[in-house]
Design a protein around this ligand. Structure first.
Ligand SMILES: Nc1ncnc2c1ncn2[C@@H]1O[C@H](COP(=O)(O)OP(=O)(O)OP(=O)(O)O)[C@@H](O)[C@H]1O
Ligand SMILES: [Mg+2]
Ligand SMILES: [Zn+2]
Length: 154
């Protein structure tokens, strides 16, 4: 019987590969990035084997180079993610994601009485007080948010 040829995910000519995503978190990564949109070509590999991580997810985005300030929020849920920029099939840049000290404009505070949940036009703002696993603290009411609550909102 013919052995099936081992197929890796199709190479992309230009774009971004996000590698070493915490297993099963690729959909949350895409939500943070606001992807896919109507024009984007996105390939996802979930729960693939990784020598370093046991299992991981990979996301490939064609024809778009993500800038580091766009991808850093990924570190909330995929702290080991690697960002590879591809041009003409070659990796021209490789970087890690860095969790910033403040997270703005992404998550809602879970405290219903928080000023950010009233009609006041106040922007959400959290401080990162633990990185792995993540714990955030609301700037306004000091409510703590843990990873599961963050994932619930994505
Ligand atoms: N042209 C391409 N199209 C799609 N994916 C690519 C392309 N080139 C590399 N990749 C993917 O980008 C990731 C990083 O590739 P690289 O060759 O740097 O692997 P690596 O040596 O294992 O790197 P690392 O040390 O970051 O794990 C891998 O998941 C690889 O499959
Ligand atoms: Mg590797
Ligand atoms: Zn709050």
């Amino acid at each position: 019987m013919k052995k099936p040829k081992e197929l890796k995910v199709k190479p992309i000519k230009n774009g971004t590969v996000i590698d070493h995503i915490t297993a099963n978190n690729s959909l949350n990564v895409l939500r943070i990035l606001g992807l896919p949109n109507k024009k984007s070509k996105v390939t996802i590999a979930m729960n693939v084997q990784s020598p370093h991580m046991g299992h991981k997810d990979i996301v490939k985005i064609e024809n778009r180079e993500l800038a580091s300030n766009e991808v850093d929020q990924i570190a909330l849920i995929a702290p080991k993610a690697t960002i590879n920029i591809i041009r003409e099939y070659e990796i021209v840049d490789k970087g890690k994601v860095h969790l910033l000290n403040e997270i703005k404009d992404l998550l809602d505070c879970t405290n219903p009485n928080c000023i950010t949940n009233t009609l006041e036009p106040v922007q959400n703002r959290f401080y990162v007080i633990e990185k792995e696993p993540v714990i955030l603290r609301c700037h306004y009411c000091e409510r703590l948010m843990e990873e599961a609550e963050i994932e619930n909102q994505l």
